[in-house]
Design a protein around this ligand. Structure first.
Ligand SMILES: CC(C)(COP(=O)(O)OP(=O)(O)OC[C@H]1O[C@@H](n2cnc3c(N)ncnc32)[C@H](O)[C@@H]1OP(=O)(O)O)[C@@H](O)C(=O)NCCC(=O)NCCS
Length: 230
C-alpha cells in the first residue's frame, strides 16, 4: 500500500492530500483492488451508477442509513430524484461519490450541524467493500474539503451509540469526543436514539477558506491525485 493510503490512518492524512494536490503524483491501487480509490462531486446524471449500488447495499445499510430502509420499493425514477436533490443541494450540503475503477464503493457528505461555521460528515460504504479502510478515507477527504476548501472551524462526526463500526472511525482519525445527545427521530432500523458526537478543529496553519473569502476559484482549477472512472 502506498504512503498516501497509509496516511489515512495518521493525523496528517489531510496534509497528505494537500501536498499532492496539483502535483504529478501517481496513486497506487487501493489495497487488493486493481485501481486506486478515487472520488468526485455528485452530478445530477448519477442515478445510473448509484441505483444499482444503493439497491444492492440497502439491506446492509438500513440499520443506520435512513434512505436504505425505503430502497426495496424504490424504482429508477425515485433514485433519479434522490440524486437530483443531492446534486442541487443547498450549501453547506456537499456530496462525493467514491469509486475504485468502475465500481462505486462509497458515498460521503458534508451537512449542517447547527452552527454556520461548523459542519458534519456523513458516509456509507457499499456492500462488499466495508472494513478495507474506505470509510476512513471518505472521512479524511471530507475533512480536507471542510478545512482547506470551505474553511469551516470544526468538523463533527456523529453516530448512534450502537453503531460500533462507525464509532471506531473518529478516535482513529484524530477526532476528540465532544458530547452525547438524544435524537428523537430514528432514521436507521438499529438506531437507539442516543448519539455520540466527535469534533476536530481546523489546524491554525490552514488559510481562510470559502466561508471567509467567498472565493472558490483556487479549488476549481486544482488537479487531485485521483481520477474518477465513473
Ligand atoms: C461505518 C462505515 C462507513 C465504515 O466504513 P468502512 O469502510 O468499513 O471503514 P474502515 O474500513 O475505514 O474502518 C472500519 C472499522 O470499523 C471496525 N468495525 C467494523 N465492524 C465493527 C464492529 N461491529 N464493532 C467494532 N468495530 C467494528 C473495523 O475493525 C475497522 O476498524 P480498524 O480499521 O481499526 O480495524 C461502514 O461500516 C458503513 O457504511 N456502515 C453502514 C452505514 C453507516 O453506519 N454509516 C455511518 C453513519 S454514522
Amino acid at each position: 500500500m502506498s504512503n498516501f493510503v497509509n496516511a489515512a490512518t495518521s493525523s496528517s492524512a489531510s496534509e497528505a492530500i494537500e501536498s499532492t494536490v496539483g502535483m504529478d503524483f501517481v496513486l497506487e491501487n487501493w489495497g487488493d483492488y486493481d485501481y486506486p480509490l478515487a472520488c468526485r462531486v455528485i452530478r445530477d446524471t448519477d442515478a445510473k451508477i448509484l441505483y444499482p449500488v444503493m439497491k444492492r447495499s440497502a439491506k446492509h445499510l438500513k440499520g443506520y442509513i435512513g434512505w436504505a430502509k425505503y430502497a426495496p420499493s424504490w424504482d429508477f425514477k425515485t433514485v433519479q430524484q434522490f440524486v437530483k436533490d443531492h446534486a442541487n443541494d443547498e450549501w453547506p450540503r456537499f456530496h462525493l461519490i467514491f469509486s475504485i475503477g468502475k465500481q462505486v464503493v462509497g458515498f460521503g457528505s458534508l451537512a449542517p450541524v447547527g452552527n454556520s461555521r461548523d459542519v458534519q460528515v456523513a458516509l456509507w460504504v457499499a456492500l462488499g467493500h466495508q472494513g478495507r479502510g474506505i470509510g476512513s478515507w471518505i472521512v479524511t477527504v471530507l475533512e480536507w474539503y471542510a478545512f482547506h476548501v470551505f474553511g469551516f472551524d470544526h468538523v463533527y462526526y456523529q453516530h448512534d451509540s450502537s453503531n460500533r463500526a462507525s464509532g471506531s472511525l473518529p478516535p482513529k482519525l484524530g477526532f476528540e469526543f465532544s458530547h452525547t445527545f438524544d435524537q428523537k427521530e430514528k432514521d436507521g432500523t438499529k438506531e437507539t436514539g442516543f448519539w455520540y458526537s466527535w469534533k476536530k478543529s481546523k489546524p491554525a496553519d490552514i488559510p481562510p477558506g470559502f466561508i471567509d473569502t467567498g472565493d472558490i476559484s483556487r479549488w476549481q482549477e486544482v488537479t487531485f491525485p485521483w481520477v474518477s472512472l465513473v
